[in-house]
Write a protein that binds this ligand. Structure first.
Ligand code: C5P
Length: 414
């Protein structure tokens, strides 16, 4: 799958330091994904890292010189090495050490400066993210744990290694997380100083499930993609994000995830977190109807008859109306965004909905277009504002639509 450019990473200079862990091969994939996403990736390799992967691999993947030696001569556009450590650190947006061995963790914790990586780390003024990877017993060793704690105290972000099976055959905590997880941490670190830093955003996503009996439910075609894209865009903008979801798409790194099933369940979760929320984006396709009662046992068909049960439906609570009610006394959240999927008279229905539900923005979506709405990766929406504004967005990926919506929300926040 080719990777969509990540706006937050455009022209960001990331120094990726690779050390001598068997997980070094995974750093090649990370370097590739970061580059495809738009980052400028300068790779530093320790001597031990070169035993696992070659500099040529990283050079080919990043299209930039790779730095391996504190003393190497200037070549092919690389910085002369007597100033490389300062040159690499200066102007870097992030220093990411992945994978980080126990040895490198120890050196970083104690301020040693005996190779290009450690010298660069001391010279760096940008955020530092470290992803330890080693055998479980080495990671759990009190010496390593103390080094990790020291780095944390100093403001370094530690990406916890995952549990699983090692190359040695042993099982424990020490595996380098997958690229997608590492990328998520890079985004969190870079987003921390962005426009929504210090703000709390709630996003709902997915189609709710309304139970008929213990095995059957009523749901809709919502995939949750637009909601997840909104959660990621809010994270990239630096917000603390609560994602209340009825979908099981891969979780955006850094979001507080609350899994829900029914409309009622979603309402509870939203109301519970409302008091601290700056913005609420209700992207979920909440069911309008649920079975009036849920059978305790699976409803059985009769083998000797064609008889079928009748399911009586009841209305679900309207979450946005309950939010409107709560907001009228607490004033929070400051910004509420609703979504409308319509198949006819899009704008007239959408404007009426904005007013009835007391919204600041309403994202209107024509679900009859084949390239917009449910399941697909693209969307075509009109943003209606409580101020009477009406902004059509051209067909774009759900990621880009999400960024445009988050940007509007940012401007509305006090
Ligand atoms: O009324 P309609 O379902 O078209 O409104 C859509 C908007 O209202 C969406 O933002 C959806 O998340 C929200 N909604 C809700 N509670 C419901 C149904 C929809 O908050 N029961």
């Amino acid at each position: 799958m080719t990777q969509e450019p990540i706006t937050l990473l455009q022209n960001k200079r990331i120094v990726l330091a690779v050390t001598g862990s068997i997980a070094a091969y995974k750093a090649a994939d990370l370097a590739s994904k970061l580059t495809q996403a738009g980052a400028l990736v300068d790779v530093i390799m320790t001597e031990a890292a070169e035993r696992f992967v070659t500099p040529l691999s990283f050079q080919s993947l990043t299209g930039r010189p790779v730095y391996t030696n504190l003393w190497q001569n200037e070549s092919s556009g690389a910085l002369p090495t007597h100033i490389a450590h300062v040159g690499l650190a200066e102007g870097a947006d992030l220093l990411l050490v992945a994978p980080a061995t126990a040895n490198t963790l120890a050196k970083l914790a104690h301020g040693l400066a005996d190779d290009l990586l450690t010298v660069t780390a001391l010279a760096a003024r940008c955020p530092i993210v470290v992803a330890p990877a080693m055998d479980g017993s080495m990671y759990q060793h009190p010496a390593t744990q103390a080094n990790v704690a020291t780095l944390r105290q100093r403001g370094v972000t530690i990406i916890e290694p995952e549990s699983g099976r090692f190359a040695s055959g042993l099982v424990g905590q020490g595996r380098l997380p997958e690229t997608i997880t590492l990328l998520g941490h890079v985004r969190l670190a870079l987003g921390r100083s962005a426009a929504l830093a210090g703000k709390h955003v709630i996003v709902t996503a997915g189609g709710t499930h309304e139970a008929i009996d213990p095995v059957r439910f009523i749901t809709n075609r919502s995939s949750g993609k637009q909601g997840y894209a909104l959660a990621q865009a809010a994270l990239d903008a630096g917000a603390a994000v609560t994602l209340v979801t009825a979908s099981d798409l891969p979780q955006p790194v850094g979001a507080q995830i609350i899994n829900v099933s029914s409309a009622e369940h979603m309402q509870q979760a939203v109301l519970e977190h409302l008091a601290t929320a700056d913005a609420l984006l209700m992207a979920a396709a909440v069911a309008d109807f649920r079975p009036q009662s849920r059978a305790d046992q699976k409803i059985k068909k009769k083998d000797d008859s064609d008889e079928a049960p009748t399911i009586i439906l009841a209305r679900t609570p309207d979450i946005l109306l309950s939010v409107k009610d709560r907001r009228s006394t607490t004033g929070r959240p400051y910004v509420v965004v609703g979504f409308a999927a319509e198949s006819e008279k899009l704008l007239a229905h959408a404007r009426a909905k904005l007013e009835r539900k007391g919204l600041d923005l309403l994202i209107a979506n024509d679900i009859t277009a084949p390239d917009a709405g449910f399941e697909v990766d693209t969307n075509r929406v009109v943003i209606l504002g409580a101020d009477g504004s009406q902004t059509p967005l051209a067909l774009a990926t759900k990621t880009r639509i999400a960024e445009a919506i988050i940007s509007r929300v940012t401007h509305l926040l006090p």
